[in-house]
Design a protein around this ligand. Structure first.
Ligand SMILES: NC(=O)c1ccc[n+]([C@@H]2O[C@H](COP(=O)([O-])OP(=O)(O)OC[C@H]3O[C@@H](n4cnc5c(N)ncnc54)[C@H](O)[C@@H]3O)[C@@H](O)[C@H]2O)c1
Length: 319
């Protein structure tokens, strides 16, 4: 497999790039090192990749990349680059969300559309459970009407719609995966488990927004990666699939798991619920199971016990 991975220096993108190499493929990674979190963390993510002859990094913004020469030698584009984060998407920063998440995706799709049909790579787009918004019926099905409640979710949905449109109108073979909270080693420092583990290791209080009864469907990173391969192989062009870890758990329950995994006391600082944070997420993964033959494999306890040493290493490195 000859792959392009956008966002290759990020959490999912770097892990996915390594997995392509492990399967004998080659990767052109594209990343512009946005300043959402420290470049030093992204450079650590790239550590192994930089030494691999079958990996090449194009340091550029997806808005400006000259796609044609890159796409000419590509079987699949794993499109992970985006401005992530719900809370930062309100206010002045929204421009990054529209430029990178929406316009950046449209430019990539246009570049693929311009190729002769036989030369077009598939695109697997990293969508998000945030497209669903606040729902009272669980679990969420792909056929449910999306209604995001954060500007981030609006841009992820807009790009997903574009992916579907380019498939239906021009035969560009896109497959969208709605990830439900991905975690594991390299998880972004703004994400809850990363923050929680950091606080526990440093003996600090964990910031818990709301009453802790909010639920999430957590997806271990290797499960998100296997979904990308399954989508590249078996995904229906224009298809949209939920990718969730399979268990809907309360934040309070995750605190118990964190205490067990870390074998340390967990101190809590309750804070007000944040605008744009969805109260509950739960993925119905029947479609991914039936059409992609995909199933999550890694339990929350196992996954968190693998993320813990990563956060310890980061702290030891002063990051
Ligand atoms: N992590 C999750 O729980 C989660 C959940 C749902 C969806 N997603 C989606 O998965 C993808 C990967 O998320 P992540 O957690 O790995 O984020 P991340 O921030 O760690 O990785 C994204 C990478 O993309 C790069 N990037 C951003 N905009 C770019 C641009 N315009 N040009 C070039 N590079 C750019 C960043 O520098 C970063 O290295 C994103 O599309 C995100 O929206 C993630």
């Amino acid at each position: 497999m000859r792959a392009i991975v956008t966002g290759a220096a990020g959490f999912v993108g770097s892990s996915l790039s390594e997995a392509v190499l492990d399967r004998g493929g080659s990767v052109v990674g594209v990343d512009c090192f946005t300043d959402y979190y420290a470049r030093a963390i992204k450079e650590r993510n790239l550590g192994r990749l930089r030494d691999e002859s079958r990996f090449r990094l194009v340091e550029d913004n997806i808005l400006n990349v000259d796609w044609a020469p890159l796409l000419a030698e590509t079987d699949v584009v794993f499109h992970q680059a985006a401005q992530a984060g719900v809370r930062a998407s309100w206010g002045a920063e929204f421009r990054n969300y529209t430029d990178w998440n929406v316009l950046g995706t449209q430019r990539l799709l246009e570049a693929i559309k311009a190729l002769p049909v036989a030369d077009r790579p598939r695109v697997v787009y990293a969508s998000s459970s945030s497209v669903y918004g606040e729902r009272t019926n669980f679990p969420f099905f792909e056929s449910d009407r999306p209604a995001p409640i954060s500007p981030y979710g609006v841009t992820k949905l807009a790009a997903e719609h574009l992916a579907v449109l380019y498939a239906h109108n021009f035969g560009v073979e896109t497959v969208s995966l709605r990830y439900f909270t991905v975690y594991g080693p390299r998880q972004r420092p703004d994400m809850a488990f990363h923050k929680f583990l950091r606080a526990i290791i440093q003996g600090e209080e964990l910031p818990i927004y709301g009453d802790g009864l909010q639920t999430r469907d957590f997806t271990y990173v290797s499960d998100a990666i296997s979904a990308n391969f399954a989508a590249a192989e078996n995904g229906r062009p224009g298809g949209v699939y939920n990718i969730g870890g399979g268990s809907q758990v309360t934040v309070n329950h995750t605190l118990e798991v964190l205490a067990k995994v870390s074998n340390r006391p967990v101190k809590i600082n309750r804070m007000e619920k944040q605008h744009g944070d969805v109260t509950h997420t739960a993925a119905a993964t029947t479609l991914a199971n039936e059409e992609l033959a995909w199933k999550p494999q890694v339990s929350l306890e196992e996954g968190l016990s693998r993320e813990l040493p990563y956060v310890e290493e980061l702290i030891a490195a002063g990051l």
